[in-house]
Design a protein around this ligand. Structure first.
Ligand code: NAP
Length: 248
């Protein structure tokens, strides 16, 4: 019950890692506003939290984070309805892989907007409430690609490296206001995002991971819970890789 009475906003909550984050935060008794584009999947998640009898609850909000105004309205609506935003988890993300020489502008821009600009818009809007409350937790989901780079992902790696630089800067700006900003960098996690990869590529990745297995969404969610918890009050500006040792 460590997040009782706290309000969390989680983007990309409908599937994969974001869905697991919503359930873990609701397990810790937070009120979790879960956003993504698919209202249907969000409603199913809210129902699942109820069915599991979790002490917190999941509130669905269908939003496309590639729109600045939609991001700002999302934060305003949460602040108005609950009068607070204690935790922001910027998790929504996409891939549009391709080799540099074949990558068109839209492929690059779309990934930058979904994965990095959205983080800027949401963090800027939410930080105004956190600064007023002199308290807050911002957790941004990057990737090992943003740390190590990855062939075929120059757009994605640029966006995820950007999330790391952004988060460290925000951490420095907001530390004196009792607001932490940290990054979780997942390695290879079993979700829709990675299911699309051909088996031979998956096998190649598996061999590169020291613990020789892919992670589960819950592995990432537990790291987010720690960073959102009171126990992590003295941790800020850090990048926590949840990757079976891949990036070490
Ligand atoms: P996923 O299964 O593809 O889920 C992506 C989530 O983001 C969905 O909830 C999706 O919901 C939402 N989303 C995508 N575009 C959106 C938009 N324009 N507006 C609002 N929501 C949007 O991906 P995942 O594997 O869980 O990844 C979650 C995060 O972890 C991402 O930032 C990803 O880059 C990062 N990550 C994943 C892995 C991995 O191995 N899986 C590794 C490293 C980092 P809708 O489609 O309903 O909008």
């Amino acid at each position: 019950m460590q997040l009782a009475n706290q309000v969390a906003l989680v983007t990309g909550g409908s599937r994969g890692i974001g869905r697991a984050i919503c359930l873990v935060l609701a397990r810790a008794a937070a009120t979790v506003v879960a956003s993504a584009r698919s209202q249907e999947q969000l409603a199913a998640l809210a129902e699942e939290a109820r069915a599991q009898g979790l002490p917190g609850r999941v509130v669905p909000r269908a939003v496309d984070v590639t729109s600045r105004s939609a991001c700002e309205e999302l934060v305003e609506s949460v602040a108005q309805e609950f009068s607070r935003i204690d935790i922001l988890v910027n998790n929504a993300g996409i891939t549009r892989d391709g080799m540099l020489m074949n990558m068109d502008d839209a492929q690059f821009e779309d990934v930058l907007t979904a994965n990095l600009r959205s983080v800027f818009w949401l963090t800027r809007a939410a930080s105004r409430y956190m600064v007023r409350a002199r308290s807050g937790r911002i957790i941004n989901i990057s990737s090992v690609s943003g740390i190590m780079g990855n062939a075929g992902q120059c757009n994605y790696a640029a966006s995820k490296a950007g999330v790391i630089g952004f988060s460290k800067s925000v951490a420095k700006e907001l530390a004196r206001r009792n607001i932490t900003c940290n990054v979780v960098a997942p390695g290879f996690i079993t979700t829709d995002m990675t299911d699309v990869l051909p088996e031979n590529i998956k096998e190649r990745y598996r061999q590169l991971i020291p613990c020789q297995q892919f992670g589960e969404p819950a592995d990432v969610a537990e790291a987010v819970l720690y960073l959102a918890s009171p126990q992590a009050r003295y941790v800020t500006g850090q990048v926590l890789a949840v990757d079976g040792g891949l990036s070490m």
